[in-house]
Ligand binder design. Structure first.
Ligand code: NAD
Ligand code: DAU
Length: 358
């Protein structure tokens, strides 16, 4: 038995592959294009392990997916592969439409052809698990109730619009063709192997390098943070016991304003690796806001708890400390991902943001 995982060299995908093999012992075929966000170093501990088969390739390549499905006959597809960074989607939306919409379409069509040819127990057991985001629901007012699975889709960025489109395709392939799908919409993840273009790892690596900590707008935007291994355990629960055609929201019951997160990261670094030049908070710099910036996300995770008994295991206090410690212990990993293309991206995204005040 095996799973076909897409995007398994990225942040959440690699955590999932490591967690899946450690927890279940079941093999994974890992299809990843190794874009700037994919990193085989994340999977170094699986080198030589026959339960991990890595294939470098594109989810838009229908012939490749057909071949992988025929060769490995996975019992499920877990689909992480995506362009995932909102700021990049503002600078270059085309790649988001291609991978997130066209790629999901290619995968769905390949899955449908494969599943239609199966019989008996193999057909009944097959699953297509689509990994999506809470950003498809848009932005919440300060006192509004958290997103439930029936909240209207109101995506506001090219990234969230492309993910919303992919969610709709997945839903339609179930209703029209009967493809056995489940979709999960998760809040912001953090933890090991998080690429330092995203808030938490960016703040850690910039602080350690003595660089400014760029806080967009007034820094009062709210996200609901979940430690990445809790996302992995939620996906396992939905894959095993989720009802077909259903969507499940996954979140940490942990709403935090960005500026509070940045201050907490600074305080942890002050404790774990003090800077002789002074407290890290001195580096906080308010900069021009992200266009169309969603103000607040919050997940109502009662459905997955009620139906599948899932709750996050990690608290924010334990998770953020583990995360900061992981980055302090993996300076080689950080150095390697900060390649020329990373530096180009930082220049492109931050050069035009003028410093301001909250
Ligand atoms: P990531 O950017 O770290 O990783 C994406 C991976 O997909 C990379 O390894 C990349 O090489 C691969 N990839 C990109 N285009 C590809 C293509 N055309 N073909 C094959 N592989 C391709 O992303 P992430 O943060 O790990 O997110 C994974 C999934 O989870 C995404 O679908 C994202 O929308 C969703 N999600 C992320 C978060 C979060 O907080 N990071 C929260 C909720 C949902
Ligand atoms: O909610 C789930 C989503 O979380 C996922 O679907 C996305 O793939 C993932 O990237 C993440 O999106 P966000 O836009 O919320 O994450 P990001 O880390 O880019 O930003 C978090 C918040 O921090 C957001 O309000 C913007 C702000 N921010 C971000 C950066 C990179 C800053 O203030 N400064 C920064 O330099």
């Amino acid at each position: 038995m095996s799973l076909l995982v897409t995007g398994g060299a990225g942040f959440i995908g690699s955590n999932f592959v490591l967690d899946w093999i450690a927890t279940t012992g079941e093999a994974v075929v890992n299809l990843d294009a190794l874009t700037y966000a994919g990193n085989l170093r994340n999977l170094a501990s699986l080198q030589g392990d026959a339960r991990h088969v890595f294939v470098q390739g594109d989810i838009c390549d229908r012939a490749l997916i057909d071949r992988l499905l025929a060769e490995h006959r996975p019992r499920a597809i877990v689909h992480f592969a995506a362009e995932s960074h909102v700021d990049r989607s503002i600078h270059g939306p085309g790649a988001f439409v291609r991978t997130n919409v066209e790629g999901t379409f290619a995968l769905l069509e390949a899955a449908r052809a494969h599943w239609s040819g199966l019989g008996g127990a193999e057909k009944d057991a097959f699953r297509f698990h689509h990994v999506s985001t809470d950003e498809v629901y848009g932005s919440l007012a300060p006192e509004a109730p958290a997103f439930t699975e029936t909240h209207a889709y109101e995506p506001n960025s090219p990234y969230s619009a492309s993910k919303a489109a992919s969610d709709h395709l997945v839903r339609a392939w179930h209703h029209t063709y009967g493809l056995p799908v489940v979709t999960t919409n998760c809040s912001n993840n953090y933890g090991p192997y998080h690429f330092p273009e995203k808030l938490i790892p960016l703040m850690i690596v910039n602080a350690l390098a003595g660089k400014p900590l760029p806080v967009y707008g007034d820094g009062r935007q709210i996200r609901d943070w979940l430690y990445v291994t809790d996302h992995c355990s939620a996906i396992r629960a939905v894959l095993e016991r989720g009802r077909l055609g259903e969507t499940y929201n996954i979140g940490g019951w942990n709403e935090q304003a960005n500026i509070d997160i940045v201050r907490l990261v600074c305080a942890l670094l002050d404790e774990l690796q003090p800077d002789p030049a002074g407290p890290y908070q001195r580096l906080i710099t308010y900069v021009t806001d992200r266009p169309g910036h969603d103000r607040r996300y919050a997940i109502d995770a009662r459905k997955i708890e009620r139906e599948l008994g899932w709750r996050p295991a990690e608290t924010f206090e334990t998770g953020i400390r583990k995360t900061v410690e992981w980055y302090l212990a993996h300076t080689d990993w950080v150095r390697e991902v900060q390649s020329g293309s990373y530096r180009d991206w930082v220049a492109q995204n931050y050069a035009a943001r003028t410093p301001g005040s909250a």
